[in-house]
Design a protein around this ligand. Sequence first.
Ligand code: C5P
Length: 217
Amino acid sequence: MKKIVVAIDGPAGAGKSTISKLVAQKLGIEYIDTGAMYRAVTLKIIRNKIDVSDDVTLEKMLNSTEITLENGKVYLDGEDVSTEIRQLYVSGRVSEIAAKQVVRDRLVELQRKMALSKNVIMDGRDIGTVVLKDANYKIYLTASVEERAARRYKEFCQQNSSVTFQEICNDIKERDRIDMNRSYNPLVKAEDAILIDTTGKSIDEVVDEILLIIKNN
Ligand code: C5P
């Protein structure tokens, strides 16, 4: 059977993780959320008040950090941090930390190991361009900023969070700005990725579109 390696990239709130999870379920393959890994590292840096301008300390910390993704949960050094890493105070620092080469090199190495000799769907910002350059399916998911912020706002409201729509909108815009403009492995559409604009589309529609791409190629 042909190996299935799917790379999903795109800006914040484009629906990457929800859609990737569903595609993974339908195909019976593993889903790897690389954003969760950058978030877990960010949480550890915040908690330990690590100076991110000090690459030596950062590298030491990264080498002694264990991040595992299991049954939809994210573990940082054995602790379930799935909920905490989604909080706005983590989102507000993650792009600054993800722009650091020492952080990216370590996480890319881990991500490649996780995907080794498996059928996977992996989502992030540099999957089709860096992590899994040889993926046989590459998708770039996007949507208007307003729609992406509205989706995130709905998620936060469901968790009874007091975050405002404006705060979410600002977070998304700022993360996109940093992610797209960093010098090392910025967010760009891979030349061979298929662009899907999810504005106005339902989750199921996009999932079906991706499944069709995989079936037909
Ligand atoms: O996917 P999510 O929005 O949770 O990712 C959080 C942040 O992690 C992004 O805004 C980006 O700064 C960083 N990230 C990255 N490369 C990836 C995945 C996420 O730089 N492959």
